[in-house]
Design a protein around this ligand. Sequence first.
Ligand SMILES: [Zn+2]
Length: 172
Amino acid sequence: MATDLNARFQQAAADSKQLSKRPDNNTLLKLYSLYKQATAGDVTGSRPGGFDMEGKLKYDAWAKQKGKTKEAAMQEYIDLVASLKATQSPSKAQSSKAESQTTPSQLPPQQVKCPLCGSTQITANPQGFSVGKAAIGAVLLGPAGLVGGFVGGEKIKITCLNCGNIWEPGKE
Ligand SMILES: [Zn+2]
Protein backbone atom coordinates (compact mmCIF):
# COMPACT_ATOMS: atom_id res chain seq x y z
CA MET A 1 0.00 0.00 0.00
CA ALA A 2 2.78 2.39 0.97
CA THR A 3 4.75 1.57 -2.14
CA ASP A 4 1.62 2.08 -4.24
CA LEU A 5 1.18 5.52 -2.69
CA ASN A 6 4.82 6.28 -3.36
CA ALA A 7 4.46 5.24 -6.99
CA ARG A 8 1.41 7.47 -7.44
CA PHE A 9 3.28 10.29 -5.73
CA GLN A 10 6.21 9.92 -8.13
CA GLN A 11 3.77 9.90 -11.03
CA ALA A 12 2.07 13.05 -9.72
CA ALA A 13 5.46 14.75 -9.39
CA ALA A 14 6.18 13.91 -13.03
CA ASP A 15 2.70 15.03 -14.09
CA SER A 16 3.11 18.36 -12.32
CA LYS A 17 5.90 19.19 -14.77
CA GLN A 18 3.65 18.43 -17.75
CA LEU A 19 0.88 20.85 -16.89
CA SER A 20 -0.15 22.92 -19.89
CA LYS A 21 -0.56 26.03 -17.81
CA ARG A 22 1.67 27.24 -15.03
CA PRO A 23 -0.26 27.15 -11.76
CA ASP A 24 -0.47 30.39 -9.81
CA ASN A 25 2.13 31.13 -7.17
CA ASN A 26 0.00 29.97 -4.25
CA THR A 27 -0.60 26.65 -5.94
CA LEU A 28 3.09 26.29 -6.77
CA LEU A 29 3.94 26.95 -3.13
CA LYS A 30 1.39 24.36 -2.04
CA LEU A 31 2.90 21.84 -4.42
CA TYR A 32 6.37 22.69 -3.21
CA SER A 33 5.47 22.46 0.48
CA LEU A 34 3.60 19.17 0.11
CA TYR A 35 6.46 17.74 -1.91
CA LYS A 36 8.97 18.77 0.74
CA GLN A 37 6.79 17.42 3.54
CA ALA A 38 6.31 14.16 1.68
CA THR A 39 9.98 13.67 0.90
CA ALA A 40 11.83 15.39 3.74
CA GLY A 41 9.29 15.56 6.56
CA ASP A 42 8.98 18.52 8.89
CA VAL A 43 10.64 21.76 7.96
CA THR A 44 14.33 21.99 8.81
CA GLY A 45 16.90 24.73 8.88
CA SER A 46 16.26 28.36 9.61
CA ARG A 47 14.02 30.78 7.80
CA PRO A 48 15.91 32.59 5.03
CA GLY A 49 16.43 36.26 5.73
CA GLY A 50 17.27 39.40 3.81
CA PHE A 51 15.90 39.71 0.32
CA ASP A 52 15.36 36.03 -0.32
CA MET A 53 11.62 36.48 -0.77
CA GLU A 54 11.13 33.23 -2.63
CA GLY A 55 13.12 31.37 0.01
CA LYS A 56 10.96 32.85 2.75
CA LEU A 57 7.73 31.99 0.97
CA LYS A 58 8.88 28.43 0.39
CA TYR A 59 10.06 28.06 3.96
CA ASP A 60 6.79 29.41 5.35
CA ALA A 61 4.72 27.19 3.08
CA TRP A 62 6.72 24.16 4.13
CA ALA A 63 6.42 25.16 7.80
CA LYS A 64 2.63 25.15 7.44
CA GLN A 65 2.77 21.44 6.64
CA LYS A 66 4.62 20.69 9.88
CA GLY A 67 3.34 17.62 11.68
CA LYS A 68 1.70 16.16 8.59
CA THR A 69 2.71 12.60 7.88
CA LYS A 70 4.58 11.87 4.68
CA GLU A 71 1.70 9.67 3.56
CA ALA A 72 -0.85 12.45 4.09
CA ALA A 73 1.36 14.95 2.29
CA MET A 74 1.80 12.54 -0.61
CA GLN A 75 -1.93 11.99 -0.86
CA GLU A 76 -2.64 15.74 -0.80
CA TYR A 77 0.03 16.30 -3.43
CA ILE A 78 -1.46 13.59 -5.65
CA ASP A 79 -4.95 15.07 -5.26
CA LEU A 80 -3.75 18.59 -5.99
CA VAL A 81 -1.93 17.57 -9.17
CA ALA A 82 -4.98 15.58 -10.26
CA SER A 83 -7.25 18.59 -9.79
CA LEU A 84 -4.82 20.79 -11.71
CA LYS A 85 -4.75 18.31 -14.57
CA ALA A 86 -8.54 18.20 -14.61
CA THR A 87 -8.93 21.96 -14.86
CA GLN A 88 -6.36 22.51 -17.58
CA SER A 89 -6.44 19.86 -20.24
CA PRO A 90 -4.19 20.89 -23.15
CA SER A 91 -6.90 20.59 -25.80
CA LYS A 92 -9.27 22.81 -23.85
CA ALA A 93 -6.63 25.50 -23.34
CA GLN A 94 -5.72 25.46 -27.02
CA SER A 95 -9.25 25.68 -28.32
CA SER A 96 -10.17 28.64 -26.13
CA LYS A 97 -6.99 30.37 -27.27
CA ALA A 98 -7.76 29.71 -30.93
CA GLU A 99 -11.29 30.90 -30.39
CA SER A 100 -10.21 34.26 -29.08
CA GLN A 101 -7.75 34.66 -31.95
CA THR A 102 -10.21 33.87 -34.70
CA THR A 103 -13.12 35.88 -33.35
CA PRO A 104 -13.75 38.46 -36.06
CA SER A 105 -13.59 42.03 -34.99
CA GLN A 106 -17.01 43.53 -34.67
CA LEU A 107 -18.36 45.20 -37.74
CA PRO A 108 -18.74 48.92 -37.40
CA PRO A 109 -22.37 49.97 -37.01
CA GLN A 110 -23.83 50.23 -40.45
CA GLN A 111 -24.63 53.77 -41.39
CA VAL A 112 -27.81 53.91 -43.39
CA LYS A 113 -27.65 56.63 -46.02
CA CYS A 114 -29.68 57.77 -48.95
CA PRO A 115 -27.88 56.61 -52.12
CA LEU A 116 -28.75 59.87 -53.84
CA CYS A 117 -28.00 62.64 -51.40
CA GLY A 118 -26.21 60.77 -48.64
CA SER A 119 -28.63 61.94 -45.97
CA THR A 120 -29.12 59.73 -42.95
CA GLN A 121 -32.59 61.19 -42.38
CA ILE A 122 -34.46 58.24 -43.77
CA THR A 123 -37.41 56.10 -42.88
CA ALA A 124 -38.57 52.65 -43.82
CA ASN A 125 -42.22 52.35 -44.65
CA PRO A 126 -43.39 48.89 -45.50
CA GLN A 127 -47.04 49.24 -46.45
CA GLY A 128 -47.52 52.20 -44.25
CA PHE A 129 -45.79 50.85 -41.20
CA SER A 130 -43.17 53.11 -39.81
CA VAL A 131 -40.20 51.47 -38.23
CA GLY A 132 -37.41 52.69 -36.06
CA LYS A 133 -33.80 53.11 -36.94
CA ALA A 134 -32.90 49.70 -35.55
CA ALA A 135 -35.36 48.09 -37.94
CA ILE A 136 -33.86 49.99 -40.86
CA GLY A 137 -30.47 48.56 -39.98
CA ALA A 138 -31.97 45.08 -39.93
CA VAL A 139 -33.62 45.67 -43.30
CA LEU A 140 -30.36 46.69 -44.92
CA LEU A 141 -28.61 43.59 -43.64
CA GLY A 142 -30.55 41.62 -46.22
CA PRO A 143 -33.68 39.48 -46.39
CA ALA A 144 -32.46 37.26 -43.53
CA GLY A 145 -32.29 40.28 -41.32
CA LEU A 146 -35.81 41.43 -42.05
CA VAL A 147 -37.83 42.22 -39.01
CA GLY A 148 -40.07 39.27 -38.30
CA GLY A 149 -43.40 40.93 -38.98
CA PHE A 150 -42.36 42.17 -42.42
CA VAL A 151 -41.31 38.85 -43.85
CA GLY A 152 -43.77 37.25 -46.22
CA GLY A 153 -43.57 39.01 -49.54
CA GLU A 154 -44.14 42.52 -48.28
CA LYS A 155 -41.86 44.93 -50.08
CA ILE A 156 -40.04 47.28 -47.82
CA LYS A 157 -39.18 50.66 -49.20
CA ILE A 158 -36.92 53.18 -47.62
CA THR A 159 -37.72 56.84 -48.03
CA CYS A 160 -35.22 59.64 -47.78
CA LEU A 161 -36.67 62.45 -45.71
CA ASN A 162 -34.22 64.89 -47.24
CA CYS A 163 -34.70 64.48 -50.98
CA GLY A 164 -37.66 62.16 -51.16
CA ASN A 165 -35.78 59.36 -52.90
CA ILE A 166 -37.41 55.98 -52.41
CA TRP A 167 -35.53 52.73 -52.84
CA GLU A 168 -35.73 49.10 -51.90
CA PRO A 169 -33.01 47.73 -49.68
CA GLY A 170 -31.05 44.91 -51.24
CA LYS A 171 -31.43 46.33 -54.74
CA GLU A 172 -28.46 48.08 -56.16
ZN1 LIG B 1 -31.84 61.62 -50.27
